[in-house]
Design a protein around this ligand. Structure first.
Ligand code: DGL
Length: 273
């Protein structure tokens, strides 16, 4: 049996972690959630490696010391593919990372043509290239680094919808016609992208499976938390989000977060939940 009302700490550079939070909350509505969005340094996609390691370790480390979570979910591919070993070496507690779902994509593809759509940082990591080398044997894998899509997803949730052409320009390189063998699976290698899933589906030059790893991440986190105590009383989610910048979030964003069950906490992640 797991702890009663365990605390899950969720970390992302922005609101992409919402896609992961929603899935975990479905499996563990009894848990408490503290979500830190490092919007002061968003996007992470082009952050230098050393800077990201230092920053994520400091923010997550401070939050661990303060909140004593039962489990930490790094809901960011760009950070997970680089920083997880450093966090695991520093803290003896369960971490769940988010990395591109290359193995399930390879298993799902019929044409053996898959694309990984991710930030430029995730695409250039050795970790990502090793995933492809280890788990996509026999597949042609296109690694597509998008400089803008995470920011467009943030805009969308803040009520500023990007023109179709801007989104299409970011996803177009994923679609390859390799002598009649078409890409049929696109891995969403950034947690922000599933926030745009309806638009991605609509704009795709042909139908593909957009592989969102959030449900699998949620299952992993739920397994680490142990069995769900039965029965779970119907109650409001106990979940809060704190941003690291002092910018005022758009009203549309606050409303979207609230409808997902996340209350805003004082800005500055240094402030306790
Ligand atoms: N949500 C993040 C990821 O999964 C990164 C977005 C960004 O900061 O560029 O990679």
């Amino acid at each position: 049996m797991g702890a009663a009302n365990p605390l899950v700490l969720i970390f992302d550079s922005g609101i992409g972690g919402l896609t992961v939070f929603r899935e975990i909350a479905k499996l563990r509505p009894d848990a408490r959630y503290a979500y830190i969005a490092d919007d002061a340094r968003f996007p992470y996609g082009d952050l230098a490696d050393e800077e990201m390691i230092a920053r994520v370790c400091e923010l997550v480390g401070t939050a661990i010391g303060r909140e004593r979570p039962d489990c930490v979910v790094i809901a960011c591919n760009t950070a997970s593919t680089l920083v997880l070993p450093h966090l695991r070496a520093a803290y003896a507690m369960p971490f769940v990372g988010t990395v591109p779902a290359v193995k399930p994509a390879a298993a799902l593809s019929r044409t053996q043509r898959i694309s990984v759509l991710a930030t430029p940082g995730t695409v250039r990591r050795d970790y990502t290239r090793e995933l492809v080398a280890s788990f996509a044997e026999g597949c042609r894998v296109e690694l597509v680094g998008s400089a803008k899509l995470a920011a467009l997803a943030e805009d969308e949730l803040s009520g500023r919808l990007a023109p179709d052409a801007e989104i299409l320009a970011e996803i177009a390189p994923c679609f390859r016609d390799d002598g009649g063998a078409l890409t049929d699976v696109v891995v969403l290698g950034c947690t922000h992208y599933a926030l745009l899933s309806a638009r991605l589906t609509k704009l795709a030059p042909w139908p593909v499976t957009w592989l969102d790893p959030a449900p699998a991440i949620a299952r992993r986190a739920a397994a680490l938390l142990g069995n769900l105590p039965q029965p779970v009383a119907e109650a409001r989610l106990d979940a809060a989000i704190a941003f690291t910048s002092d910018r005022k979030p758009a009203a549309a964003l606050v409303a979207a977060l609230r409808s997902a069950g996340l209350e805003m906490r004082n800005q500055q992640a240094a402030v306790a939940f």
